[in-house]
Design a protein. Structure first.
Length: 448
């Protein structure tokens, strides 16, 4: 067997091997994820998946279903918590991979850590492994993959397997088997967006649970494909036309892809954020009100058109988060497209009127820079006849325009309040405790 360097890296990384600045960023992403879980746990599709998980049992186990009093097995907790992580559209994103790591890394890792009594440092080392593997797999699969497949669902299965495999202390050879078993379960298609289906939450739930299963099976001697990435019938062959195997090992141990991950400011698909920030820039600089807008043209990359173009007249709150017009309409009206703005105003006449004024066009500069850079460019026509240009090179939350720890804490508490599963005192105590994760002797319940 030829051992893949990515498997060896994933099996051997320790928390003390991670540079201090990357450790701090991992802690930032950890607290940010917790807010998203609490925000999402009351959503209808998440409750459905949680009921399924708890019905499959056991009805009491070592692992927390965050926001619920019930506990269960690692696999079922991972499934439920991963579903909750993604529905609010506030979880993190890696630009180059077009991949949301937190939902499919932290959810299974926490469940397993609670089950085996791992320390906080062991948990965080495993999560760094999950980020590094998942991001590289997403980059490897390329832009052609994302046009049809939801990368968080596909690469996410490998990310979950890597994180859980590290907690289980798999050998490099076992980790490679886990990758094979995870890769053969990779799935997740964008078709759900056309009819506002609930599949996006199933994507993260399945990736987390399937990756966890792959790691546990490898620990028990179960074998997986040895060349799941580039074999004649592997991931690249079946899911990509522009796969780049060099991305799988790019800078292992020196380039920390986790540190490149962005936080989400608006509660919507990340493809909408650059244009929303560019529109807000124009409105601030020229003192515009929503009533001044006659037409807004968003200059975007092809990935934005592929994902957002299917949503013409959103029928649900979640679908509206993939509507460029709705997001920009809310941003123009309120200065921020947040969870409460979506819930209360996504179909308000004022929002719909603004939505109808927004269009997307492919822009060569923006498309060439993508996915490494997500540039926001808009052309705004005003009712008084002016034509104004807006541009944002680093949308709010990107590494070049990141959130402070104070902003991350405030966001997590805001999301917790939105979800309603915890009192403000509970949420505040939990978040403060989460910041100390690397010092925990044992991972126990996260929600105090």
């Amino acid at each position: 067997m030829t051992l893949h360097p990515l498997a060896a890296f994933a099996a051997q990384l320790r928390w003390e091997d991670v540079p201090a600045a990357v450790q701090r960023r991992a802690e930032d992403l950890w607290v940010d994820w917790f807010g998203s879980v609490l925000a999402g746990q009351s959503a209808r599709p998440v409750q459905s998946l949680a009921r399924f998980a708890l019905s499959q049992g056991p009805c009491a186990g070592p692992c927390e279903v965050i926001g619920h009093s019930a506990t269960t097995s690692p696999m079922m907790a991972a499934l439920a918590n991963a579903a909750a992580s993604h529905v609010a559209e506030q979880d993190d994103v890696h630009n180059g991979a077009v991949f949301h790591p937190a939902a499919v890394v932290f959810a299974p890792a926490v469940a397993v850590a609670q089950s085996i009594g791992a320390s906080g440092a062991q948990l965080m080392a495993a999560c760094v492994v999950g980020y590094e593997v998942g991001i590289r797999v997403g980059e490897f699969l390329g832009r052609s993959h994302y046009r049809i497949f939801h990368t968080t669902a596909t690469a996410g299965t490998l990310a979950a397997a890597a994180a859980v495999g590290r907690l289980l202390e798999l050998t490099p050879g076992q980790m490679q088997h886990a990758f094979g078993s995870a890769g053969t379960q990779s799935a997740g298609l964008w078709e759900f967006l056309r009819t506002a289906a609930d599949s996006k939450q199933l994507h993260t739930a399945h990736a987390s649970a399937a990756g966890l299963m792959a790691a546990y099976l490898a620990q028990d001697g179960f074998t997986g494909a040895q060349d799941i990435f580039t074999g004649p019938q592997g991931l690249a062959a079946g899911m990509s036309t522009d796969a780049d195997p060099s991305r799988l090992t790019d800078g292992l141990g020196t380039r920390w892809a986790l540190a490149e991950t962005s936080f989400k400011w608006h509660a919507s698909c990340r493809h909408t954020h650059p244009a929303a920030d560019a529109l807000l820039q124009v409105m601030r600089e020229h003192g515009l009100q929503p009533a001044d807008l006659a037409q807004v043209t968003c200059h975007v990359h092809q990935g934005a058109i592929d994902v957002l173009g299917a949503v013409i007249a959103p029928a649900t709150v979640h679908q509206s988060k993939f509507s460029m017009g709705t997001v920009l309409g809310l941003a123009a009206r309120f200065g921020h497209a947040g969870l409460t703005e979506f819930d209360a105003h996504f179909l308000a006449p004022e929002t719909v009127a603004l939505r109808e004024k927004v269009s997307m066009v492919l822009d060569t500069e923006v498309d060439t820079a993508y996915p490494q850079r997500w540039i926001g460019k808009v052309t705004v026509h005003t009712l008084d006849g002016r034509t104004l240009q807006g541009r944002v090179d680093d949308p709010k939350g990107d590494p070049g325009n990141t959130l402070t720890r104070e902003e991350i804490t405030a966001k997590a508490l805001r999301l917790a309040a939105y979800g309603g599963a915890a009192s403000s005192a509970q949420a505040g105590q939990s978040v403060q405790h989460l910041w100390q994760v690397a010092q925990w002797p044992k991972v126990e319940k996260l929600l105090k």
